[in-house]
Write a protein that binds this ligand. Structure first.
Ligand code: SF4
Ligand code: MG
Length: 327
């Protein structure tokens, strides 16, 4: 499939009193049209900052995008004016968050919010937009949609609110939907329903999805390709089957080993890998994972491993594969 989004060597730093926090420090990945890319890693690995950088929602100061490119549909978003970016946000790229309450307006009904978006993005008159709103709510599995349009966000359950958010996001007809931990706050049954819904909608609308999650279980259910991030950098990229069947990076091994078994999904948070991620202000000179890595060698402490393609479509940043691939 064609590439929709190519992030190239993106760097987003935060200038704080404690020093320069290199939250995103050389992130590269591609997302193809109509596919779902999982962006996986522990909290603080730079997943959300990457997403916020794509939408240029980084608070500045203290944050700043200091390098790289974000090629969306053939154009570098970092060359666009704030005005152009505002148009792209919402029109071509929509985002849903872990807590839909942060993006829903508590004083407007779900219907009012949905209809407003439909009028704005689909250029319909109020009456057709209201009809379309009912359709969209039914489509995302909200029963008695016509009646539910009159409800306020607080009258919805968490799962319903997330469905409503998805309906609003899709009403913009976005080419790309960025979902940041959209199911993390939901219980397991509802989580599975929302993931299925997203899969169905992807088939139906051919929307590309960037799914940010700390949960490899979510990745297994919904993603085509996966990028694993650690300490602000990608450490592995592969299609989902390859990643689960032959992962190369020791950090990915750790994530997979800590994946709860399928009958144990109640405990959906990953068991943390021993040790802590490095200080993003004072990064160690070699591999950022070295202090936690059971395979660490001498070179790992002094030289940063290059992130490169080891096999076709499989990239990794690890000295274990020095003699493999394109060298
Ligand atoms: Fe471990 Fe070395 Fe690979 Fe880093 S480069 S993940 S320390 S083996
Ligand atoms: Mg996050």
């Amino acid at each position: 499939a064609e590439t929709l989004l190519a992030v190239e060597d993106l760097k987003t730093y935060f200038y704080t009193e404690a020093g320069v926090v290199k939250a995103v420090d050389g992130v590269s990945f591609t997302l193809k049209k109509g596919e779902t890319l999982g962006v996986v890693g522990e909290s603080g690995s730079g997943k959300s900052i990457t997403a916020m950088s794509i939408l240029q929602l980084i608070a500045s100061p203290p944050g700043r995008i200091v390098g790289g490119k974000i090629i969306f549909n053939g154009e570098n978003l970092l060359d666009k004016s704030p005005e152009e970016i505002r148009k792209i946000r919402g029109n071509e790229i929509a985002m849903i968050f872990q807590d839909p309450m942060t993006s829903l307006n508590p004083v407007l009904t779900i219907g009012e919010q949905l209809i407003e978006v439909i009028i704005l993005h689909q250029k319909l008159d109020k009456k057709s937009a209201a009809k379309k709103a009912v359709e969209m709510l039914s489509l995302v599995g909200i029963p008695e949609a016509e009646k539910r349009l009159k409800a306020y966000p607080h009258q919805f359950s968490g799962g319903m609110r997330q469905r409503a958010m998805i309906a609003i996001a899709l009403s913009c007809n976005p080419k790309l939907l960025i979902a940041d931990e959209p199911t993390t706050a939901l219980d397991v049954t509802i989580q599975a329903q929302i993931l299925k819904l997203m899969n169905d909608l992807k088939e139906r609308f051919h929307t590309s999805i960037m799914m940010i999650t700390h949960d490899l279980g979510v990745v297994a259910e919904i993603c085509d390709d996966v990028v694993v991030m650690y300490a602000g950098r990608p450490v592995e990229y592969a299609d989902v089957n390859t990643l689960f069947e032959s992962p190369l990076h020791p950090y990915t091994w750790g994530l997979l080993a800590s994946l709860p078994r399928i009958d144990d999904r109640e405990k959906k948070r990953l068991e943390p890998i021993e040790g802590l991620p490095p200080d993003l202000v004072n990064m160690p000179p070699g591999c950022p994972f070295a202090p936690r890595c059971k395979k660490a060698m001498e070179i790992c402490r002094v030289q940063r491993p290059e992130y490169r393609e080891i096999k076709k479509g499989h990239l990794v940043a690890c000295h274990l594969y020095l003699n493999m691939g394109d060298q």
